[in-house]
Write a protein that binds this ligand. Sequence first.
Ligand SMILES: [Zn+2]
Length: 316
Amino acid sequence: MKRAPLALLLVLAIAVGAWFHYGKQGAEDIPTRLAYSAIPAELAAGFSGDNALAHVRALDELGPRPPASPGYEKALAYLEAEFSRHGWTAVRQTFSRGTPKGPVTFTNLLARHTAGGIDWSKSTPVVIGGHLDSKAIDAFTFTGANDGGSSTGVILELARVLAGDPAAAAKVEFVLFDGEEALLPNITPTDGLYGSKYYAHEILKRTSWPALGIVLDLVGDSSHGFYYNIEATDAIAAAVEKAAADSEFKLRRSPGPILDDHVPLQNTGLPCLHIIGDFMNMPYWHQEGDTIEVIDAAALEKTGRTTLRFLAGVAP
Ligand SMILES: [Zn+2]
């Protein structure tokens, strides 16, 4: 009769001790949402659409880049070399997921500027991302010059420009997402956005969180319109509209939500800017015509300069 109450007391004592322990640890571990202070506006004029176009062409020539393919591996190596050339350290973030076509190993690529040291347990105030993968299509050779290539070219040129101002570069983390494209035809809650979902989950483990996210996609073709996300906060909308006007970039708010890599980031509470070309009116979207011929330097340049002017003007 006496044993039971003693055992119960012991269990209660352990439980209360655990509660105090984790309660205290939890309070200490609440991550800091980093403050963002603007980068210099002068950086924008240094962004070259021709440089970005050269990156898109180089990626396109490596062939299709579906997840875990030889082309994807070549693209990763190209990006690692280019980031390194401008003082950025790139690291691979590899993970596996079940997909409608079986388990797939995905690899995101994250890059930080080396000036000032890099601590991956903490965030930078800004995350700038885009997807690197091209959609896996069996019927024809699909390299996704616009769909995946264009934003990657812009990101590499942004890395070069920001490296010219180490204090500005220290505010930014680049991330190239894998697996944005669904394995089946369309992105659904269970297929596509693999890399951004994983990345969003991983940054929640850090001790500090970004203030702002930017995601670019399908930004290489001036003959179509451009949208920013309907979910943008008032501060983000005002800043991007001014930045676009200053860059002669015809950009307007999307009339409806678009499911892309910014959504998993937004779902963590991170305010995001998403810039995307009007893919619904691109006859080559996920078709044979998404080749280097549809890409023009002007679209890449306006996207890059708008991104930099946005970072110079936004107060998230
Ligand atoms: Zn796509």
